[in-house]
Design a protein. Structure first.
Length: 646
């Protein structure tokens, strides 16, 4: 949870004052470690649960502030978007029934959030990326109105110097631009914390880097973004690119992203990570600092290191070092940020158990894990796991390359089980949560695989929008049921009522896979394209993607008939017969408004334009299909109600 008391970061003098406080914090932390003040000999774990809020049409519901007012409880807090919430679990000692207590506590808090959300006409969803989220949901109007978020957005925009550009390749391809860091709001995680003493921190952190890849491969739960099938854990490239302030240049200068896996092993101390970040990344935000950490140490008091904690919250390592105070004792912990929210609470706790078990098992076997693995292999493993999930291959200790499923089942599950048991975790908890991982890997049914399989099956007889809506509805239903994802049945289109769809935007129904022509091309080409692709309308755009005209099959037929009657084979350019400056709508236009516009203007298609650029097209055929599916859905629902009554 980031500090909300911030300065915008655009006053050089205030930033210099903050930097002085930050350097004092670094010096104070070094002194605390040298004096043996950092808590050791005890292991605590913790977690942060992020989630989405959706409305009755399974679209984002920007009602988090109202939900929080009804909850009025410190474990619940805001996130960047008003359709996200975060829940912070209190730390607990890593032994005994800690894992089952974590699951019980999460279930209780999520149930409270769900009850509060329902009073606001919303529902809670645990998922890495919400299937129904749209680019139009990521406007600044949906940003949570807190100073920290707007200050970060401004600071990142200043450093970026232009729009954010995204490119992710998977089964499909996503190429897009956006004007803010709100794309980060697409990603929700289940972050886990693992306490480390100062003397053991270096090796424990390196072990966390090694353990993250296989856990991520088994935990993947974010394969879809805007209806495109991308990485098994698309959060990884999306988050990295949504916070990336680097610009391309003509020189081979090496620069690091503020969201990263890191560049090398830690050799001696956590100080290496903080010093590396300070050397590479500018201060984005200042904050009021009301303590002198060095003076507090001289007085025998423990400082909060306020400036360091604010700065550290603006550098998003996938495994982030953190400083905090628990029961008056200063401590260090590793915050594992790569694991997704969902699919179910028991799945999340199983992921945490697998990670904690690997951490415990590997650190017992290897005094220095860097002796048996190259850093570049650990980093490559991380991105391979994010991209391919359980279908990846990982380079393990000693350079051995293994299929991820075999590595997990044959070596890592036994290692994690032993690590948990030796840490004093109850055998029943170990059996339950490691058993979930074992069954998930054996079946291949991760959250990502369930989503992709469900989506592909539904797309055989449903639109993309219908499939994504049903996927979200089915996710909520199965989460409430509480079973792990390897036991989930595939989602069905009928699981989402479509009664709200006429009130959605044309973005939900428009065709985005477009065939377009330029105005200097020939009408004969258009005639062939329309025949080959079975389309009746073809947008005309310039080299910049700006809509300049629209040509229909009727204009093409008339021109071809004219050529035939005149006995000429002279090619006619598209610009000569196209409709210039055709009627168009933005993607946010409500479907009922679009239908009324088409009826009033006597047109049977509408190009969809955003910021002057063509992004889609919607036709009367799309709305006729929608009406037919609504009638079919209404009939299905009526039959179900009748059978239940009988």
């Amino acid at each position: 949870m980031g500090e909300q008391r911030v300065d915008p970061g655009n006053d050089p003098r205030e930033l210099r004052v903050f930097m002085r406080s930050l350097l004092n914090d670094i010096q104070a932390l070094d002194k605390m470690m040298s004096a043996g003040m950092i808590e050791s000999g005890v292991r605590r774990i913790g977690a942060e649960q992020e989630l989405f809020l959706v409305d009755h049409s399974w679209r984002v519901a920007p009602v988090s502030l109202e939900v929080l007012r009804r909850l009025a409880d410190p474990p619940f807090t805001t996130e960047i978007a008003q359709f996200n919430l975060e829940i912070n679990l209190e730390p607990m000692i890593f032994r005994g029934d800690c894992l089952s207590r974590m699951e019980k506590r999460l279930n209780a808090l999520i149930a409270r959030a769900r009850r509060a959300a329902r009073t606001c006409g919303a529902e809670v969803v645990l998922t890495g990326i919400l299937p129904t989220i749209r680019k139009s949901d990521l406007e600044l109007g949906n940003m949570t109105p807190k100073p920290r978020y707007f200050a970060l957005n401004s600071a990142l925009a200043r450093l970026r110097g232009g729009p954010y550009e995204f490119r992710v390749n998977g089964t499909d391809e996503l190429i897009m631009k956006h004007d803010s860091w709100m794309l980060e709001a697409c990603c929700t995680s289940f972050q886990v914390h693992f306490q480390a003493g100062s003397d053991e921190f270096a090796n424990l952190y390196n072990v966390a880097q090694v353990a993250t890849a296989p856990v991520l491969a088994a935990a993947a739960n974010a394969p879809l973004l805007f209806g495109k099938r991308l990485w098994r854990e698309t959060r990884i490239p999306l988050f990295e690119q949504s916070i990336d302030t680097r610009q391309a240049n003509n020189h081979l200068r090496e620069r690091s992203s503020r969201v990263s896996f890191g560049q090398r092993w830690v050799k001696n101390s956590v100080m290496e990570l903080f010093e590396e970040d300070l050397a590479r990344f500018r201060v984005l935000l200042g904050a009021p600092v009301d303590e002198d950490p060095l003076a507090m140490l001289r007085e025998g008091r423990v400082p909060e290191l306020q400036a360091l904690r604010v700065y550290n919250s603006t550098v998003w390592r996938w495994n982030r070092p953190c400083y905090g105070i628990t029961d008056g004792a200063p401590g260090l912990r590793i915050e594992a940020r790569a694991f997704p929210s969902g699919p179910s609470v028991v799945d999340e706790v199983a992921n945490a158990a697998f990670f904690f078990g690997l951490m415990s098992g590997l650190v017992r076997e290897h005094v220095d894990i860097s002796d048996v693995m190259e850093f570049d292999d650990a980093k490559s493993n991380f991105y391979a796991a994010a991209r391919f999930g359980l279908d990846s291959q990982l380079t393990w200790l000693g350079g051995e390359v293994l299929p991820t499923r075999d590595l997990i089942r044959d070596r890592l599950i036994p290692l994690a089980r032993e690590g948990l048991l030796e840490s004093g975790v109850l055998t029943t908890d170990v059996d339950r949560y490691i058993g979930v991982i074992d069954e998930r890997v054996k079946s291949g049914r991760t959250g990502s695989q369930w989503q992709v399989s469900s989506f592909s099956e539904m797309r055989k007889d449903a639109t993309k929008h219908e499939a994504l809506t049903a996927l979200t509805a089915a996710t909520v239903a199965r989460q409430i049921e509480g079973k792990p994802v390897h036991q989930w049945a595939l989602a069905r289109t009928t699981e989402a009522l479509m009664s709200e769809q006429p009130h959605l935007s044309v973005e939900a129904f428009m065709t985005t896979d477009l065939f377009t022509v330029h105005e200097d091309e020939s009408v004969e080409l258009v005639a062939n394209l329309m025949d080959w692709k079975r389309v009746r309308h073809m947008p005309v755009e310039n080299e910049q993607g700006t809509l300049v005209g629209l040509i229909s099959c009727f204009e093409v037929l008339r021109q071809l008939e004219r050529n035939n009657s005149e006995g000429t084979d002279q090619s006619v350019r598209v610009g000569a017969i196209m409709i210039r400056d055709p009627l168009s709508v933005p993607p946010e236009t409500q479907t009922l408004d679009a239908i009324e516009m088409m009826r009033r203007e006597k047109v049977d298609c509408l190009p969809v334009v955003k910021d002057g650029r063509l992004v889609g097209i919607v036709t009367e055929h799309d709305f006729i299909g929608l009406a037919a599916r609504l009638l079919e859905q209404k009939r299905t629902v009526s039959e179900k109600v009748a059978s239940m009554s009988a």
